[in-house]
Design a protein around this ligand. Sequence first.
Ligand code: SF4
Length: 376
Amino acid sequence: MPGIYIHIPFCKQACNYCDFHFSTSLTTKDAFLNALKKEIEVQKEYLKGDKISTIYFGGGTPSLLSESELMNIFETLEKHFVISPDAEITLEANPDDLTKEKIKQLKATPINRLSIGIQSFYDEDLKLMNRAHNAKEAITAVKAAQDSGFENITIDLIYGIQTLTNSHWKNNLTAAFDLEVKHISAYCLTVEPKTAMAHQVKMGQLKNVDEHQSAEQFEIMLDKMKKNNFIQYEISNFCKQGFYSKHNSNYWRKENYLGLGPSAHSYNGHSRQWNISNNPLYIQSLEKGKLNVEKEELTAEQKYNEYILTSLRTMWGTDLNYIEQTFGKEYSAHSLTEAEKYVETKKVLHQKNKLLLSDEGKLFADKIASDLFIIK
Ligand code: SF4
């Protein structure tokens, strides 16, 4: 069943590593919310009336929205879409927004899953990344959310941070396990071009990320997650049994989804489209009842490459039967031939007509996937 992603393009302050679309000026928030309502109406046929199984508020910082602003969005969604009664509805929240009062308000909405952006339990790391919260707020926020009855909580952590030692990374993982959250997304810090961090590195104010250290921290993570019964169902995503993110799993299974808000992407099985990454232009266009989007029809090669990129990263692996049935024998033969050298070095396991990354192979996931691509 398809999903809806809603991009809330505002943040209190800019984290220096972030290359998502957001603005730190909230002056256009009301106009954005009106435009979003309009977009929901304009896009009501995109998913062809199919029941919605997941809704995901991402950003930006969706926890900047009030209860009434969120309820307004839900009312508009319910007017134009059929939402499954057991839909997974996630809101990304920053710890500094999650006061007891705020959590109570969120609990009064249909939101049933919180994704809390903790990143690290060390203030020095948070300062380096220019996060708006501190470590104490992170712990308080998770506990307050649990006390208010949010059972399905995921937290984000980042490793490979220049100030993060291996022993601090171990402690961060232990702190996450102690909080008894059901899902952890852990990302390796990368210095993206055009970010403040890239500028700091270029100016010599900050050292670059140490790839060797990142790889060590990845291995530490796999070991500790296994020992604590977290299932690695995707390279960066770990959960307790039964707490897979339905929304992310839908992306990886190539379900259709509708993206709303500036910069959001949509996919309907044969084409992909994305909204303009500019708040004023997004608003202006929807004020006239029009979308400001770019669209591309996907070729068979693009669809195959995307399938390789996403499936290889998951514990379900790349299904050669699926490739043969969907794209033809030529494609499945290509994947197998290109995977051979990695099967020989045990970076890829070939089991029951599936290609799966070994723990060592996970370190080279992007390279292995790109070698399996078909570029015409
Ligand atoms: S809060 Fe999230 S979206 Fe906003 S700047 Fe920080 S990382 Fe980026």
